[in-house]
Design a protein around this ligand. Structure first.
Ligand code: SF4
Length: 243
């Protein structure tokens, strides 16, 4: 998909509702869409919307081996209650081998490498293995500075289309939907977390929403993203086009 097609889709979809965007995605890329989720609240909202449209939709959970037990339990609950097609993806290098090679607690000594081994590489491998053209994602501009430039439709560095049906939703919009439809949500939100990733305190901490949704992630580590979304077409593509 070239730049002008993306711009055209964005013009058309900017005022579309999330469900209209999902329907557009399923029509435009029939049987060629998928989604990754770590069962955070925005992802759960999207899953609920997708479930209203189709049951046969592939969802992927990248299990880093460091997720909270509550995340796995919540995943199993949704799989059972919502009957969704959820696949678990594991890192190719086992935790034991990572510990042997890089030492224990890689998440503390080198969180960039830890995220690369346990999240980015498994996703990259998955993208090569399955016939998917478009990835649906729950990213939102209001989640913080690094997500400020999210558009409804983007491409990533590998040429895959990224679709963000909730791109302009706020924290309050998400919770309004959760309560309006009485849908289940990850239990750690009720324990003071506003963004939930891996359990080491250096990766996920309790946080007050007034600090921003993602302020509890990698606090003090100079890191705010796991890298799964860092290849989105922001400045990098502009630079490529200039040269
Ligand atoms: S979030 Fe933390 S534990 Fe999880 S992959 Fe990244 S650095 Fe490792």
């Amino acid at each position: 998909m070239n730049k002008s097609e993306i711009a055209d889709y964005n013009n058309r979809l900017r005022t579309a509702s999330p469900k209209e965007m999902l329907l557009w995605a399923f029509r435009t890329f029939p049987y060629q869409t998928a989604m990754t989720t770590s069962f955070q609240v925005s992802g759960t909202v999207l899953m609920h919307m997708i479930r209203d449209i189709t049951f046969d939709f592939p969802l992927f959970f990248i299990d880093t081996g460091y997720h909270f037990s509550e995340t796995r339990e919540f995943k199993n609950r949704l799989r059972q209650e919502w009957n969704m097609n959820i696949h678990t993806i594991l890192p190719t290098v086992s935790r034991k081998k990572q510990d042997e090679r890089f030492g224990p607690r890689l998440y503390d000594s080198n969180p960039e490498l830890c995220c690369r081994l346990n999240k980015q590489i498994p996703l990259k491998n998955l993208k090569k293995e399955i016939a998917v053209q478009a990835w649906i994602s729950a990213l939102r501009t209001h989640q913080g500075e690094t997500r400020r430039r999210i558009q409804p439709v983007m491409t990533d560095a590998d040429g895959f289309v990224r679709i963000h049906p909730l791109w302009n939703w706020t924290w309050n919009d998400v919770w309004k939907y959760i309560h309006e439809f009485s849908i289940p949500y990850h239990p750690l939100y009720d324990k003071g977390y506003t963004s939930i990733g891996c359990f080491p305190p250096s990766c996920t901490r309790k946080n007050d929403i007034s600090n921003g949704e993602r302020a509890g992630r990698w606090k003090g580590k100079g890191k705010s993203e796991c890298g799964l979304h860092s290849d989105l077409d922001y400045e990098k593509k502009k630079e490529r086009n200039r040269s």
